[in-house]
Design a binder for this molecule. Structure first.
Ligand code: NAD
Ligand code: UGA
Length: 333
């Protein structure tokens, strides 16, 4: 999409962690935003309502509550120019067994349905939230976009299917798609099943943190505003049909995160090492050459800054929850 000025965007998963940040930034840039969210039960509704609180005060934002698998998408996408598709069932470790149905419905079926509608109405840019989990357990790091894809979780398989679908709608129908492979995202509003949320929450409560494995697994943790920046750049990049890694710029072990958190929070964390979880990859690291070149992307927030921001947000959340008598100790999955 060339030289986009102000555009009409649809953001799926608008009430979620990353989606709500993206909507706020799009509106700040003067775009119009229609958010879609089904408030799936993956985690509590009140958290998503909280994510939407500021958004709902902004002119230019409207929310459609509904499931992509059920909405009349022709109607919803009619007159719109851009789709940011972030809605998904997102946890890695809980995608086994019966749960797989949730993942195929929310990550594959919904993506196909949205792509069909986008093709029909002539959407001029379709940006897909893909995932580092597509790479699986590779030793060939940093992973490049053309590295072999061998996901090791059912979640990763469904995200790979979603990404492949976006590519084939580009290939067959010239739908201008862009896939962004996000690497473990963190920051305020992080999902309550994710590592940093849990570590900080347990740290404040003086409770034991469980580490899956020996803590020497590593991630290219990426701060949420950097992910949002890459999404904005994907609006105008010329190379439709392309895929980009979006990482944080450093590979850090879980044990190193714990050390840093102790420093930031000023506490000694209680840690118990348990068995590793099936579906978890050992290490991730993004090659960012392509994103740097085409998207002019470079991560701006260091892990120390980003973790401090998440800790501050968690403090606010705790105060509010204490006042409202809400349950903070959520292990939603
Ligand atoms: P999230 O769970 O906070 O947000 C996803 C939102 O999508 C939820 O609010 C949920 O209600 C909604 N949703 C799910 N299925 C839906 C459907 N069928 N119809 C309408 N709404 C539906 O997750 P997140 O962490 O913000 O992740 C956003 C996207 O980024 C996902 O596609 C995820 O796979 C991808 N991703 C996330 C990370 C990360 O570290 N958080 C990393 C890589 C990729
Ligand atoms: C994250 C997101 O949750 C996925 O939605 C996303 O697709 C994926 O990143 C990605 O990059 O594509 P993950 O890397 O597992 O998945 O993120 P965290 O939940 O933050 O876990 C990071 C590490 O901490 C993992 O090795 C995990 O096993 C470990 N962990 C997590 C623990 O040791 N204990 C916990 O309580 C939680």
């Amino acid at each position: 999409m060339k030289g986009s000025n102000k555009v009409k965007c649809v953001v799926t998963g608008a009430a979620g962690f990353i989606g709500s940040h993206l909507c706020e930034r799009l509106l700040a840039e003067g775009h119009q935003v229609t958010g879609i969210d089904a408030f799936t039960v993956a985690y509590a509704r009140w958290r998503k309502e909280r994510n939407l609180k500021f958004l709902k005060t902004l002119p230019g934002f409207r929310l459609i509550e509904g499931d992509i698998n059920q909405l009349n998408l022709g109607e919803v996408l009619g007159g719109q120019e851009v789709v940011f598709h972030l809605a998904a069932q997102a946890g890695v470790r809980t995608s086994w067994g019966e749960n797989f149905k949730l993942y195929t419905n929310n990550n594959v079926m919904s993506t196909q349905r949205l792509l069909e509608a986008a093709k029909e109405v002539g959407i001029s840019r379709f940006i897909f939230a893909s995932s580092s989990s597509l790479y699986g357990d590779t030793d060939d790091l940093p992973a490049r976009e053309d590295s072999v894809l061998r996901p090791v979780s059912p979640y990763g398989v469904t995200k790979a299917a979603g990404e492949s679908l976006t590519y084939l709608y580009h290939r067959n129908f010239r739908l201008p798609t862009v896939a962004l492979r996000f690497f473990t995202v963190y920051g305020p509003r992080q999902r309550p099943d994710m590592a940093f949320y849990r570590f900080i929450q347990k740290g404040f409560a003086g409770q034991e943190i469980q580490i899956y494995g020996n803590g020497e697994q590593s991630r290219d943790f990426t701060y949420v505003s950097d992910i949002v920046q890459a999404n904005l750049a994907a609006l105008t990049v010329e190379a439709a049909g392309q895929t980009y890694n979006v990482g944080g710029g450093a590979r850090v072990t879980v044990n190193q995160v714990l050390e840093l958190l102790e420093k930031i929070m000023g506490v000694t964390l209680k840690v118990r090492y348990t068995e590793g979880k099936k579906g978890d990859v050992r290490h991730t690291q993004a090659s960012m050459d392509r994103a740097e070149k085409d998207l002019n992307y470079s991560p701006q927030v260091t892990l120390e800054q980003g973790l401090a921001a998440e800790v501050e947000w968690m403090k606010e959340l705790h105060q509010e929850e204490a006042a409202a008598d809400k349950d903070t100790d959520m292990s939603d999955y």
